[in-house]
Design a protein around this ligand. Structure first.
Ligand SMILES: [Zn+2]
Length: 412
């Protein structure tokens, strides 16, 4: 399934999803309209899933003072991957290498009772990494990253449940996206790495994550040298078209940053207590997720994610008005349709051109007269002509359910 043929850089250009320009710079791709549609649809799926799971969304700036990252520990442990600071009238400002410090400050800006916990804060936000070497030009090694991030501020007793909830969101998202994880990894510190020194905290968070993994029943492997500088993590690993493994999703337990930022909540005893931070990402960065989706599906995205969901193919010019009317109905129902008329070649050629589009609606004279369409599915199935309204209703139902099935045969 995976081969160089499906390299997302080649497919991304061919399918008009994204590209780069040397004047913008290496590792700084831009998104073309079809790619932007995929990205927007993916981001909306994530936001809706997070809202359902009790997350509240915030926005925070992509810059912060150097001091912020000195407190968080990024400056001491992670500055090799950060852009150099900018001098702004005596102050040094940094492009942020992660969203955690901003979220910790947002939490700290209000006082919190134990009744508000677990407090789940989410953001699809920008962060930056000063990639200097390696293969730039795709979406997997980029300098500007849009991260699907969230931080759960909770009590120690709530950590396992929150980590389990995050793993469950990841499982459901992978189902909707048609992604098969390669393996789960318990990422631990290793010799020689830059980690915060707090042995008892590492032990507690490692024990918590191990318990979550053991009780999930999912197979996993422990790997040294893969932890974040502030704590161990569960990583969901995927493999790209060239066979390289990378991390897409992650769940982390952090005792370090709540301490550094002096976070607290008021407990039932009326006293201040320190919360734990669970960092979690369902799809990781939007860039890496889309790169993986392009390779996994060879450009044939699940219908709900496809840039064009329905190709409308009138057999002759006489059916063009019917095609236009169907396209308007699609737009009203929130379905993405494109008309490919006879000026684009024979019906066979147009069917081939639209081979990555999930649905193709062929309209001949007989279909036009009856307000029917002859539907072809991307997998080769050809259905008997059906009323156009029924077809759109059934496609709409599959799309809003984020199904990876192209058609449900049950009579509705
Ligand atoms: Zn974080």
């Amino acid at each position: 399934m995976h081969d160089q043929h499906n390299d997302h850089r080649r497919l991304g250009r061919e399918l008009g999803l994204f590209d780069t320009d040397p004047l913008i710079g290496a590792g700084l791709p831009y998104w073309l309209p079809d790619g932007a549609t995929v990205r927007h649809t993916l981001e909306e799926y994530i936001r809706a899933a997070e809202r359902r799971a009790g997350y509240r969304h915030v926005y925070s700036p992509v810059l912060g003072k150097r001091e912020l990252y000195e407190i968080s520990g990024h400056w001491a442990h992670y500055s090799d991957d950060m852009f150099p600071p900018m001098d702004l009238g005596g102050e040094q400002v940094v492009l942020r290498p992660s969203l955690c410090p901003h979220h910790a400050l947002i939490y700290r800006s209000r006082s919190h009772s134990y009744r508000e916990l677990p407090l789940r804060m989410a953001e699809l936000g920008g962060m930056y990494r000063s990639e200097l070497s390696g293969v730039l030009g795709g979406l997997t090694r980029v300098r500007a990253i849009q991260l699907n991030d969230a931080h759960i501020f909770c009590t120690l007793d709530q950590v396992a449940e929150e980590a389990r909830g995050a793993l469950d969101m990841i499982r459901r998202a992978y189902e909707a996206l048609g992604i098969t994880p390669a393996r789960l990894r318990l990422s631990l510190p290793g010799p020689g790495g830059k980690y915060v020194a707090a042995p008892e905290k590492w032990q507690r968070s490692t024990a918590l994550l191990t318990e979550v993994l053991d009780r999930s029943g999912l197979p996993y492997e422990a790997a040294e040298g893969e932890a974040a500088f502030y704590g161990p993590k569960i990583d969901v690993q995927v493999v790209d078209a060239a066979g390289r493994e990378s991390t897409l999703s992650t769940v982390q337990v952090d005792f370090h940053q709540p301490e550094q930022f002096d976070l607290h909540y008021i407990g039932p005893d009326g006293r201040r207590h320190r919360p734990v931070m669970v960092h979690r990402s369902i799809i990781g960065s939007v860039e890496r997720a889309v790169a993986h989706l392009v390779e996994q599906h060879g450009g044939a995205f699940p219908a709900w994610l496809a840039p064009t969901q329905l190709a409308i193919l009138p057999i002759s010019d006489a059916e063009l008005p019917n095609a236009a009317a169907l396209a308007r109905r699609c737009a009203e129902q929130g379905l993405r349709a494109e008309i490919a008329g006879p000026e684009h070649g024979s019906l066979g050629a147009r069917v081939r051109d639209a081979r990555l589009v999930p649905y193709q609606a062929v309209i001949g004279a007989r279909e036009a007269a009856a307000d029917h369409v002859a539907l072809r599915l991307r997998d080769g199935r050809r259905l008997d002509p059906l009323p156009a309204g029924d077809v759109l209703t059934r496609i709409g139902a599959l799309v809003s359910a984020h199904s990876t099935e192209l058609w449900a045969d049950s009579a509705a």
